[in-house]
Design a protein around this ligand. Structure first.
Ligand SMILES: [Zn+2]
Length: 270
């Protein structure tokens, strides 16, 4: 008789560890659903779309029709578009994109005037603009910034200074987008003022710094993570992420390389 009582009890006891090891799946965390992370999506060249925990969606240098652009639908809603300089591979279709998405177009005063976008925000190096939870600082870059509106109607027009951007996100990272530039001593000042943790740095060479220069930039900026960009779009942009990794090692820079593929989003979290 005893076995009739014990066997069901034994069955329950044996099953108990299985229940403990395999709990019901937790309900989806509301934080994840509301986008508590900062994410970056690379569109090739220097084009990025950043989303912040506060819901800001910011495009940088949106040349979304570049040769290595992903086959994704273009964004239909954006809060801001940042332009680093007037060259076609950075301006892309910014004016049209601003119109379609309702984004605030941010660039140097001269470039906003050349683009003729109503309500664009012209600002200069040293300026700070707030977009939702993102605080955006405009910083220097070593490059040029001519803008060609129409090839048939003459050469480039003066687009102001080339710039870079530092984006501070309160519950996220501090992201530096260098624009097109060589390494310059002012990067030490950017590190001192804004403490960027992620640096989107051009590595292709020819028009910008190469992997060796980018490794030195990462050192001066005291970056934790380097995100290489502006390479591989054309054969002349020869630098590679592997060369960047080797250059960081050679120069004993502790920053790690975070490689993106065009169209793939990754969380920007240290
Ligand atoms: Zn460029």
């Amino acid at each position: 008789m005893k076995n009739f009582v014990l066997l069901p009890l034994l069955a329950v006891l044996l099953a108990a560890p299985a229940f403990a090891a395999d709990p019901p799946p937790p309900a989806p965390a509301p934080a994840a659903a509301s986008g508590s992370d900062t994410t970056g999506t690379w569109w090739g060249q220097a084009a990025w779309i950043i989303t912040t925990p506060g819901g800001a969606k910011i495009a940088i240098d949106p040349w979304l029709d570049n040769p290595v652009a992903p086959k994704l639908d273009k964004p239909t809603a954006l809060d801001a578009i940042l332009l680093t300089h007037g060259h076609f591979d950075h301006v892309g279709g910014a004016a049209e994109l601003a119109k379609k998405t309702g984004a605030k177009l941010i660039a140097t005063l001269e470039l906003t005037q050349l683009l003729g976008v109503p309500d664009a925000v012209g600002a200069e190096i040293g300026g700070t603009i707030t977009v939702k939870d993102a605080t955006i600082h405009i910083v220097e870059a070593l490059h040029s910034s001519g803008y060609v509106a129409d090839k048939d109607k003459g050469g480039p027009k003066y687009g102001g200074s080339p710039v870079g951007y530092v984006i501070e996100i309160p519950k996220g990272p501090v992201i530096y987008h260098a624009g097109d530039t060589d390494v310059f001593s002012g990067m030490a000042l950017i590190a001192e003022r804004y403490h960027p943790t992620f640096g989107m740095l051009p590595i292709g060479g020819h028009f910008t710094m190469d992997p060796t220069g980018a490794a030195l930039a990462a050192k001066m900026l005291k970056l934790k993570t380097v995100i290489p960009m502006h390479y591989g779009t054309y054969p002349v942009l020869k630098g590679t992420p592997d060369e960047l990794t080797a250059a960081l090692k050679k120069q004993k820079v502790p920053a790690k390389v975070m490689e993106f593929r065009s169209g793939i989003s990754q969380t920007l979290k240290q």
